[in-house]
Design a protein around this ligand. Structure first.
Ligand code: ZN
Ligand code: ZN
Length: 280
């Protein structure tokens, strides 16, 4: 068994506090058009940062890009409050390496639904995970290492700026509510998208395609497609499988901001399934 020796106190304290403050804000802070628009805009920018930046670029290397664009993707992902890029990437690669087996950080099959959704965040870190994060950072250019160190401060600064801009309404609807919504929609990919939905690919795990979460999470709900071929930049493989994350990557490609997209069609993935391996 892996030794445990570190307490993620930021999650144990921060996540409950954020929920309480968000609920109190929803009850007491008036929702105005400006705060709603800013909240939606921040939710969208940070959502693209998670799916395109943290997930498709940093974890799976689905495309190539320049250092400035990589920095911005890491920044937007980091502003979602889902941990540093190295923390996120290390754990998600571990999820792919051990999907729905012992060693998977969040598997409903192994540890139950609540653990896969939220409980796993409160577990102690391991020496292996810290070594893994350090190894990742060691491969990154200096600006990404610096960002990894300071992103928690930048994340919280959003709240301070929104409070300065529009008081209690600004920080509630611009910061706390979009953060909580983004958290749980991401968590549902880890929990519900391994329990409910379609399985067009016979992967060696419980991953599912769930169109509801695909729509709300910029394509992330096409999770069985993703586990079938994790490196694919494109998660929605069929015409009606809406994948806003991939459309955003194509948009960036038009302007020459990303290149060498790794894209396979559903048929190509099916014929390659013999070569299917768990991407580290
Ligand atoms: Zn998964
Ligand atoms: Zn993945």
């Amino acid at each position: 068994m892996i030794a445990l020796n570190r307490t993620p106190w930021t999650y144990r304290i921060g996540i409950p506090v954020f929920h309480v403050v968000a609920i109190y804000g929803i009850v007491t802070a008036p929702l105005t058009w400006p705060t709603a628009i800013v909240g939606l805009a921040l939710y969208t920018i940070r959502g693209f940062g998670i799916t395109v930046g943290y997930h498709r670029y940093f974890t799976h290397e689905s495309f190539k890009t320049s250092r400035p664009v990589a920095f911005l993707l890491a920044l937007f992902g980091g502003l979602a409050g889902q941990g540093t890029a190295s923390w996120w990437v290390y754990r998600h690669r571990t999820h792919h390496r051990y999907t729905d087996k012992v060693g998977d950080p969040h598997s409903p099959r192994v540890d139950g639904f609540y653990h896969a959704h939220l409980g796993w965040l409160f577990k102690d870190a391991t020496p292996e995970s810290r070594d893994g994060e350090n190894a990742l950072r060691g491969e990154w250019p200096r600006e990404l290492r610096v960002l990894d160190r300071w992103i928690p401060i930048l994340f919280l600064s959003q709240g301070a700026l929104l409070y300065a801009w529009a008081g209690w309404s600004g920080v509630t609807w611009g910061f706390f509510v979009p953060t909580i919504v983004s958290w749980h929609l991401t968590f549902f990919v880890n929990s519900l998208c391994h329990v409910y939905g379609d399985r067009p690919f016979d992967t060696q795990d419980d991953s599912r395609n769930n169109r509801f979460f695909a729509a709300l999470m910029f394509g992330e709900g096409w999770h069985n497609n993703h586990h079938a071929w994790p490196r694919n930049a494109k998660l929605g493989l069929r015409p009606l499988q809406i994948d806003l994350g991939f459309y955003f990557i194509k948009f960036l490609e038009v302007f020459g901001l990303v290149h060498d997209l790794h894209v396979k069609t559903e048929d190509e993935i099916r014929t390659s399934v013999k070569r299917y391996t768990r991407v580290a």
